[in-house]
Unconditional design. Sequence first.
Length: 631
Amino acid sequence: MVLLRRSILPKVSIVIGLLFFGLLVLVSHQFGSTDSIKDIKLHLQSINLNSDSVSSKKKIKLFNYLQEDIESLNTVSVDEFLHGNVLTKKLFDTFFDIVIENQLYYPLQRRMSLNDNGKPTIDNVFFKKDPNEILSEDFLLNMFEFPEDFINDLKIKHLNIIDSLPKNYKPKFYSGSGYAIVGGGKYSWYSLIAVKCLRNAGAQLPVEIILPTKDDYNSLICDTLLPELNAKCVNMENIFNKKTLDKMKISGYQLKSLALLASSFKDVFLMDSDSYVVNNPENLFKSSLYKEKHMLSWPDFWRRTISPKFYEIAGINVTTEPIRHLNDIFTDINIMKLEDKENFDLFYDLNFHDRQGTLMDWSSESGQLLINKDVHFNTLLLAFYYNKDGPFGYHPLLSQGGAGEGDKETFIAAAHVLNKPFYQVYKKSDGAFGFYNHFDTWEHGAIVQYDPIKDWDNVGLIKNQIKNDIKKQGTNFKYDYSKYFIDELTASKSKPLFYHCHDPKFDPFSISERKLMFIRDSENKVTNKRRRILGHDFPRNQVDLELSLWNIANDYLCDKKLSFSIFNDKNIESFCENFMPEQLEFLEKSNFLITENYDESKFEENLSGSTDIFEEDDTKKESNEEKEESN
């Protein structure tokens, strides 16, 4: 028997050796010819195809070993989830482990240098906003070069993540409807302001401020001020395993994908802490649009610049025929005559994102997102994966240096990959309320986002207008995207919902120190004349946001004299005595004047933030007096 076993051992070793060599050859096809065997072995280890794969492979399916615990998992209450139930921690720990096991092996070198904020330096930013520009497959492929080893590595990892997602699972530990905002540090102040704005606009649903760490807990905000507003702090370290969180090193805008999983609401409205409502958004939760689509997103200013390589990595087949133009999915594609060009070449002459299998234009802005977790739980898990490997991988894939590269495309991309429904607002966001910076460059101060329900009604009117024009004009009809989907979707025909005040954020001391509320002259020098940073369009909103923001600050800082740690180094007494009274007086007087003279048709002028309204009013009075005298 001993001799027999000894004779078998060499043969077994040969077989094992051949199998391993065959595996190396198979995987090597995923690499370029310059990759060494050492690289391939390391890659195999990174995706758990090593000698320990038998034990680790159990984790590749999220519910392989949790299936027997599903009934127990379904008994977990919302309160138990928020306080760190062992079963929900195990659920997310398992998925996070899978994400870590499948993390990016070839990070993009072009994104490895970081700026002062710890974010990747975008070496070449693209501002693509012209609807008439052709963003073809050729153009998109030349925006950013993705190495073959990067692509092949992600093909394997992406498939592993997709295979790990639970099938037809609806978490029972999420319940009800509400808002989620990421807080922590100075963002807890911004979050508090955002909650006050919700209440001032009439919104009543509860709010959860998601804190990344226990160190972000602030007694004044969490225990005193938020409970008065039907809001509370939720600590990620209670919900998820702290060791796992530390291992993943999630930070910055990556936190939003984690906050969506940490929020206890089934229907959750994620808002950036600097995104303030100007009209009550709560009719969205019960709208037929949301009940049909289960996810509402908002557009950015820019065209979609996702790399064709992303679709290759995700295993999505992109056809060669156009099925729409930009986001017009309603007009007959044959009437558009997109291929009506001499020597037409699909690769060069057609928008890549007009083709089936791709996401349609425009790009997305993630300052606000309403989502149903019953339908989109897997979407959120996949979006988390995209963000975990985002800065050096998926963010460049999804934007390629397009303005605003970051988490903004990850949620809608995840929904698309999983073939889940969503609706993105057609009315493009407006960059409004601008100011001149110290470099004499014009910057917008806020992004205005509009009501999806009103937007869908407007799109319905446009669809009918196109049909009628085709019927009337017959063969003379000439398709013009801008005529219908830009010229007809104006600010005056839409309903503002959010002002995403990203620059300047509402830090009253910073705004006053930078003198942003004062008009600059032709030489970019600060004058002593005040202006409204947030423009003159508020009469059609439920609140005058700018006046409301300063009233909130005055209430907390000056009237109640509350002490916020982020303002400990500020002379609050001097600020309240010298600056605040003049600021409030200006805003109250300008509120009256603007309301009295408001003309909704002058929406571009109303969205401006640098006019001297009192001088304009004096000019109007002088003009009227001259007319009266001449008569």
